[in-house]
Design a protein around this ligand. Structure first.
Ligand SMILES: *Cc1c(COP(=O)(O)O)cnc(C)c1O
Length: 380
C-alpha cells in the first residue's frame, strides 16, 4: 500500500510522498511510547543519514533553519561579522545569519549551476583580505538539488581560512564529483520540510566530521543543559531537537531516497524531452561534474520569444489545478534585506524575472506529467 498524497485532481509542486515502511516505523515509535523528543529512532536516523551522506556525525533537529543557526554559532559567527550567502535562495539561509547578529553579504549566481558565483567570492576574499574585513563564514546553497561548484569554492575557503557551511536543504541525494551533498564544508545542513525530497513533515539535520562539534550541537539543541541531575545551564540553548516520532518517519523516507531521486529525474527528463525543443524555453543548466537530485525542475522563458511571463503561466496553470511557482526571489530584492551589500546581481535578477519551477513531486504519474505539459503548451 502506498500513501501518495492526492487531493482531488490537484497536481502539487512538491508534495510529501509516504510509503508503507514509514507507517510501520511511525507505529513502532508510537507503540513503544517513545513520544518524548529523543529516543532510539533519533539515534538511528542520525547514524543512517551520516552513513548515507558519507560524514561521521549528525544531529537531528526540528528544522533545517535550526541547523543553519547552530552551524553559524559553532563556527563562532556573531555580532558585527559578515557572512557570504548566495542571493538566490530561500530566506532561511540569510535569516540564520541575522539570528546570530551578523550581516549577510549577498552574492550573485553563476550561469552554469545557478549557485553562488565563485569568481565573485574570490574577488571579495582577495579584496577583504587586504582590508582585514574577511567574512566570518561562507554559506553555499545547492539550489534546486544541484551542488555548488565545490571544486572552486573549497580551495578558496581553505586558502583564506574561512569556515564553509553547506546549505544542502534541497539537495539530499545529489553529488558533486562523486561526493554527496551534505558532506561539504565544516558543517552541512539538511531539511526534511514537507516540500523537500524526503520529509518528516518538519525537521532538519546538522552534519559534520567534527564529533565534538556535533556533541555540542546536540547540547545547544536541548536547552544547553549541563551534565547535572538538577537543571543547570552555563550557555544559551535552544529547543531544536527532532522528536522520536518524526525520526521514525525519516528513517522510512531515507530508505526510499534512491527511488525518490529516480522519480524526480524521470520528471526532469520528461520536461527536458518535451520543453527543451520549444522556442524560448531553456532548461535549468546541469553541470556535468555533478549529479543533481532534480528536486525541482526549473525552466527559463525567453522574454522576447515567450508570449507569457512566468507569473502568468503560473496563474494559468493554477486555473487547471496545477501548482507551479516562480524561482526564489533573490534576497537582495527582499524588503527585509534592502540596503544589504550585494556582489553582482544581474544573473539572479534575470532568473527571477524569467524563471519558474514546474510540478516535480516524486509521486507524479505519466498522466500527471502529460497534463502539466499540455497545460504549459496551452499558455503559448
Ligand atoms: C527549505 C530550505 C531551508 C529551510 O529548511 P526548514 O527545514 O524549512 O527550516 C533552508 N535553506 C534552503 C535553501 C531551503 O530550501
Amino acid at each position: 500500500m502506498a500513501f501518495v498524497e492526492k487531493s482531488g485532481n490537484r497536481i502539487y509542486l512538491s508534495p510529501p510522498h509516504m510509503g508503507s515502511e514509514e507507517r510501520e516505523l511511525l507505529l513502532d515509535a508510537f507503540d513503544s511510547n517513545w513520544i518524548a523528543p529523543l529516543g532510539p529512532h533519533v539515534d538511528a536516523f542520525e547514524v543512517e543519514m551520516a552513513k548515507e551522506v558519507g560524514v561521521k556525525h549528525a544531529a537531528a533537529l526540528s528544522s533545517g533553519t535550526a541547523g543553519l543557526h547552530l552551524a553559524l554559532k559553532l563556527c563562532g559567527v556573531g555580532a558585527g561579522d559578515r557572512v557570504l550567502v548566495p542571493s538566490m535562495t530561500f530566506a532561511a539561509t540569510a535569516n540564520a545569519v541575522r539570528y546570530v547578529g551578523a550581516e549577510p553579504v549577498f552574492v550573485d549566481c553563476e550561469t552554469q549551476t545557478w549557485n553562488m558565483d565563485h569568481s565573485l567570492v574570490a574577488e571579495e576574499l582577495e579584496r577583504t583580505s587586504k582590508t582585514g574585513e574577511l567574512p566570518a563564514a561562507i554559506i553555499t546553497v545547492d539550489l534546486y538539488g544541484q551542488c555548488s561548484n565545490y571544486t572552486a569554492i573549497e580551495p578558496l575557503c581553505e586558502r583564506y581560512g574561512i569556515p564553509l557551511i553547506e546549505d544542502a536543504a534541497e539537495a539530499l541525494g545529489a553529488s558533486w564529483e562523486g561526493r554527496s551533498a551534505g558532506s561539504f564544508g565544516r558543517f552541512a545542513v539538511l531539511s526534511f520540510n514537507g516540500n523537500k525530497i524526503i520529509t518528516t513533515s518538519g525537521g532538519g539535520m546538522l552534519l559534520s566530521n567534527d564529533g565534538a562539534a556535533i556533541v555540542h550541537a546536540r547540547k545547544l539543541a536541548t536547552q544547553a543543559r549541563d551534565p547535572a541531575t538538577h537543571y543547570q545551564h552555563s550557555e544559551l540553548g535552544y529547543n531544536y531537537r527532532m522528536s522520536n516520532l518524526l525520526a521514525a518517519l525519516g528513517r522510512g523516507q531515507l530508505k526510499a531516497l534512491p527511488d525518490r531521486v529516480a522519480a524526480r529525474t524521470t520528471n526532469f527528463r520528461f520536461y527536458e524531452e518535451h520543453l527543451a525543443p520549444v522556442e524560448g524555453v531553456t532548461m535549468m543548466p546541469i553541470d556535468e561534474r555533478g549529479t543533481p537530485n532534480h528536486w525541482l525542475t526549473c525552466i527559463v522563458l525567453d522574454p522576447h520569444s515567450s508570449p507569457t511571463s512566468p507569473e502568468d503561466v503560473c496563474h494559468q496553470l493554477e486555473t487547471q489545478d496545477i501548482e507551479a511557482r516562480p524561482l526564489w526571489k533573490p534576497m537582495h530584492m527582499q524588503p527585509l534585506y534592502s540596503g544589504t551589500r550585494m556582489l553582482g546581481g544581474s544573473v539572479c535578477e534575470h532568473l527571477f524575472a524569467n524563471g519558474m519551477c514546474l510540478p516535480s513531486g516524486s509521486s507524479m504519474t505519466d498522466a500527471d506529467r502529460e497534463r502539466v505539459l499540455a497545460a504549459f503548451l496551452g499558455t503559448r
